[in-house]
Design a protein around this ligand. Sequence first.
Ligand code: SF4
Length: 371
Amino acid sequence: MHRSLLESLTVQRESPEYLQISMAAAMTLGLVPGQFYRNTKLSCINTLLTYPSGCHATCAYCGLQKAREVEYSKKNFIRVEWPTVALDEIIDRAEKVGHVERLCIAQITHPRAIRDTKEVLERVLRRLGDKIFVSLLINATGTTYQDILDYKKLGADTVTVAIDCATPEIFERLRGKPMNSPHKWETFWKVLEWACDVMGDGYAGCHLVVGLGETEQEMIETIQKVRDLGARTHLFSFWPEEGSMMEKEKPCPAPQYRRVQFARYLIDNQIARYEDMKFNENGQVIDFGIDKDTFEELFWSGRPFMTSGCRGKTTEVACNRPFGDSSPTDIRSYPFKPEKRDLERIRKQLFDYEMTTNYPDILNPSVFRYQ
Ligand code: SF4
């Protein structure tokens, strides 16, 4: 993309009049040129509240954390820059794109985030309520039960909480006191429980990131806990964001992600439970708790390896976040149904317990955008 266009789209403005949107959403809305690899289509417009003082938290793995010395609107999040666009323009454009089925409003940690989420939600649904669903990706810190009741009353379809870490120790280390960050494990689970309670079974979600230091067993146990509460897991493969405190860490190994992806699919669709699965001494899944025929059928369907996220009006997953957690050279969450050649590669990864193979990957392309 031309540098001057990128500069003009990343001028710092303020919510609720302006929102940041993912680069994929900007392409879908025709704001930036480009086509997705293998003609992937995005049916969800992912937006993010934005303020000059940025996010007031400091999660170690996040590209938006306050410690980064870059103008806030130019920071990157889930691998790419997020252009800043007027809310009215987003609504106008979304109305014209035939295949948009959902819009997601993601909060950051900021004193105005909850109030502004309600205003944006109201304005989007006033214009597009008969066409699309709206999800909220909320920050648990500062959220009350009444806020979730308000979100539901205003028309939110799904409320999702980004717990991200599988264990309390990892959560504390990467998002809590040692990071000078305000988040607490207990608060996030309490708010997820409230979301399940208010929104109902299937209308609450939990974002979890694989590869932050947990074992497969720990992550899968947490996915089961989320499902038992009535929520579904939206899974991400850890990618070291440029400028985050973890930028020098390695991405989540593909084999680890494949096994957790498969297990998540079984748990969320109630095909098997965590207790049915078996793990080796390294906490890696060695038995998914299903018979061979079921395994083969599900494996070759490719569905377990597709992005997990909120559904659309006509699609199982509207929020497919194209290449949000990997490069197109080694896709982790497939935004489309993987083909036979993809599945052959996935199979090798799924049964790789040594994890010494260096699956091809390229450097995070966003590293070079502002040089
Ligand atoms: S999965 Fe749902 S909550 Fe998460 S980013 Fe996508 S639309 Fe938002």
